[in-house]
Design a protein around this ligand. Structure first.
Ligand code: C2E
Ligand code: MG
Ligand code: MG
Ligand code: MG
Length: 280
């Protein structure tokens, strides 16, 4: 009996691995032409000032619709883009689109409008990354400090010299740097001390249960206090309910992002939301 079970387990795993491998290859194959075929779109999710719920900026988030695969989530295709190097051209597209949108919104709505853009380790490790940012700042007349590059600890893990160089060069041109998904990695604390961060984004997994789990509430409160102690702005990600919002407001969190305010939206819909706010 146990032998049979062992064999079944073995078969199950190989089939599963086979499926995963095929899916991965298919996604990779389709991703190679996604940019060229205009299948990638940048959505924008607002983040608000916690005190008055006013939209003060947006995070650019990639969306991919492929005719064969349908919608593919960033959590699936970003790692593949990163491993294959496709992230360099895709990331450049996101930066260009986000800078153009921010330029427009700073011109017509609010000079202080902030734009947050996710940057992958491979992009950050590139020698020319800072040149690309400088070129974009030259092309679009936006305030460098209104651009926030979101990085995760993965970017810092390698301890690569190019990364240190790029981080200080970015800091020198006045672009802001956020630590994304704070709390999900292992060495956040030492990184916060060693690098010039401006903003800390508390991961949504900690926000989820703050109304029911006293431990999580305690952790989020500590993260906010620590962020403020280090002179950082603190953003809570994944706010979905009024109750979560009220607690974060009481904890003096600076900014909030989540479905309670809005899901990520196509550019035109985001602009309609902004228009409504600004005309009040
Ligand atoms: P992230 O940077 O932490 O982005 C926040 C994620 O949380 C987004 O998922 C957003 O849609 C989702 N979210 C926002 N509010 C809520 C909420 O109230 N509830 C829940 N359940 N989720 C919420 P999304 O768009 O699927 O992106 C997933 C991840 O993919 C991002 O996490 C980021 O790491 C990566 N990503 C997305 N776009 C890009 C990009 O242009 N470049 C790079 N390098 N990575 C990207
Ligand atoms: Mg992010
Ligand atoms: Mg995050
Ligand atoms: Mg993330």
């Amino acid at each position: 009996h146990s032998k049979e079970q062992g064999r079944n387990t073995y078969t199950f795993f190989t089939d599963q691995m086979n499926n995963d491998m095929h899916r991965r290859l298919k996604v990779e194959e389709q991703l190679r032409n996604a940019l060229k075929n205009s299948e990638l779109t940048v959505y924008f999710q607002p983040f608000v000032d916690i005190r008055n719920r006013k939209i003060i900026g947006a995070e650019a988030l990639l969306r991919w619709y492929n005719p064969e695969l349908g919608h593919v989530t960033p959590d699936e295709f970003i790692p593949i883009a990163e491993q294959t190097g496709l992230i360099l051209s895709i990331g450049k597209f996101v930066l260009e689109t986000a800078f153009a949108a921010a330029y427009h919104w700073q011109t017509y709505f609010n000079r202080q409008f902030k734009i947050a853009i996710n940057v992958s380790p491979k992009q950050f490790r590139e020698n020319k990354f800072v040149d690309l940012l400088k070129a974009l700042l030259g092309q679009y007349d936006i305030k460098p400090s209104s651009v926030e590059l979101e990085i995760t600890e993965g970017v810092l893990l390698s301890g690569d010299l190019v990364i240190n160089h790029n981080l200080s060069a970015i800091n020198d041109i006045g672009i802001s740097i956020s630590m994304d998904d704070f709390g999900t990695g292992y060495s956040s604390l030492s990184y916060l001390r060693s690098y010039p961060f401006d903003t800390l984004k508390v991961d949504k997994s900690f926000i989820n249960d703050i109304t029911v789990d006293p431990g999580d509430l305690e952790l989020v409160g500590a993260a906010i206090a620590m962020g403020h102690g280090l002179n950082l702005n603190v953003v809570a990600e994944g706010i979905e309910t009024e109750e979560q919002y009220q607690l974060l407001n009481a904890l003096k969190c600076d900014y909030g992002q989540g479905y309670l305010f809005s899901k990520p939206l196509p550019q035109a819909e985001f602009e309609a939301l902004l228009e409504k706010q600004e005309s009040i």
